[in-house]
Design a protein around this ligand. Structure first.
Ligand SMILES: [Zn+2]
Length: 371
């Protein structure tokens, strides 16, 4: 058995870099370029398509002709500049699902030069009693980059400029200086940061592509514009024509404060999650059984994501060409689609363990599909 995927040199630092890079939907270039640099020398072919999807191919050892795609989306939810007021404050549209309540008083990074700004909030002194109670409307918010007037604002941040949250990745419950010395993933701990949806998937896919060759050609697809409607992944899947597509995600954990102990979608610290079905996808039952059996055989915790919420690139990819068998594996993450989310490193490590165990034999999962 080769070295554990999670022990790869530099994996922790790579996660920190991926989490902190801006990559709002439609503006994934910083993430794409960083991933391409990281993968160079580890894959046999790599290029970006017209939409910006990064497609990396790691050739197999020639024993299996099954075409396997593993996918993760590069983009994160954020804002896009849509205009400016006379006093220099920037109007914006949302890119992806964000509740405006979480935008107030946030620090943001604007455009490719990472200009700093703030989404201002009316001081409580100036709020009427009614205002104090009501939900925030995005149209009442602006991004303030300190510009004096609309000309200066739009010169610094033209229409279409992406705006992302600014969050440094840190351990929860530890002082900020605690960083692993060798850049490897620590064995335990909980990390706080932005864009874990889906830079965790990007990290796991990178580890896989940097790992040992598999019996089949592995197509690594880092997709764009997932958060605004699953736009990149199907285009890449049309090109790759996979038989199997495995989607890696940072998914919703709702083990949050609540009155009743309802069954949560997922819990952090209970292992990676496999989707049985969500609103738009039914995981291929052969793939589902295969991953559950592999996890059990290797004593890797694997939770079933409770049905109900969300959608992923799987729903678009499953419909490509003659249809694709899909499965979704994810790291449960609290506070998704906000400036700070939180996950348990053990869940990421267990996802990497599961991939390491399950990937070499993945095509056998479908061997009897049509028998
Ligand atoms: Zn996602």
């Amino acid at each position: 058995m080769s070295e554990a995927l999670y022990r790869q040199a530099g994996l922790f630092l790579l996660l920190k870099e991926l989490s902190e890079l801006p990559g709002v939907s439609g503006s994934e270039k910083p993430v794409r370029e960083h991933l391409a640099r990281t993968l160079r020398g580890h894959v046999d072919e790599m290029d970006a398509d017209a939409l910006g999807n990064l497609i990396a191919v790691k050739r197999g050892d020639g024993t299996d002709v099954t075409r396997v795609a593993v996918m993760a989306h590069m983009d994160e939810v954020g804002l896009v500049v849509s205009g400016a007021d006379e006093d220099g404050q920037l109007k914006f549209e949302m890119a992806g699902g964000i509740n405006a309540d979480i935008l107030v008083a946030q620090r943001v990074s604007v455009g490719s030069e990472n200009l700093r700004g703030v989404i201002g909030y009316k001081p409580i002194h100036l709020q009427s009693p009614q205002e104090r109670d009501k939900h925030t409307n995005k149209d009442d918010l602006r991004v303030d980059i300190g510009a004096k007037d609309s000309d200066e604002a739009l010169q610094k941040a033209p229409l279409g400029t992406p705006v992302s949250f600014v969050t440094k990745m840190k351990f929860a419950g530890l002082a900020p200086s605690t960083l692993p010395e060798d850049g490897r993933l620590p064995e335990k701990g909980r990390l706080m940061g932005k864009a874990f949806d889906d830079r965790l998937g990007c990290l796991a896919l990178t580890a896989l592509l940097r790992g040992p060759r598999l019996p089949f050609d592995l197509y690594g697809i880092f997709s764009v514009q997932e958060e605004v409607g699953l736009r990149g992944a199907p285009a890449a899947a049309w090109r790759v024509e996979p038989d199997i597509a495995l989607i890696l995600e940072g998914t919703v954990a709702d083990d949050l404060p609540r009155k009743e102990d309802l069954s949560p979608t997922t819990r952090i610290g209970a292992g990676p999650a496999i989707t049985v079905l969500d609103r738009h996808t039914i995981t291929d039952p052969h793939l589902l059984r295969y991953f559950l059996a592999q996890a059990e055989a290797a004593s890797i915790p694997l939770q079933l994501k409770q049905p109900g919420v969300g959608g992923t690139d799987a729903q678009a990819v499953q419909l490509v060409k003659g249809g694709v068998a899909v499965a979704i594996l994810a790291v449960p993450t609290r506070y998704l689609h906000t400036p700070v989310s939180l996950f348990d490193i053990q869940d990421l490590i267990n996802l990497l363990h599961l991939l390491q165990h399950a990937m070499p034999g993945l095509p056998t999962a479908l061997a009897n599909k049509h028998a």
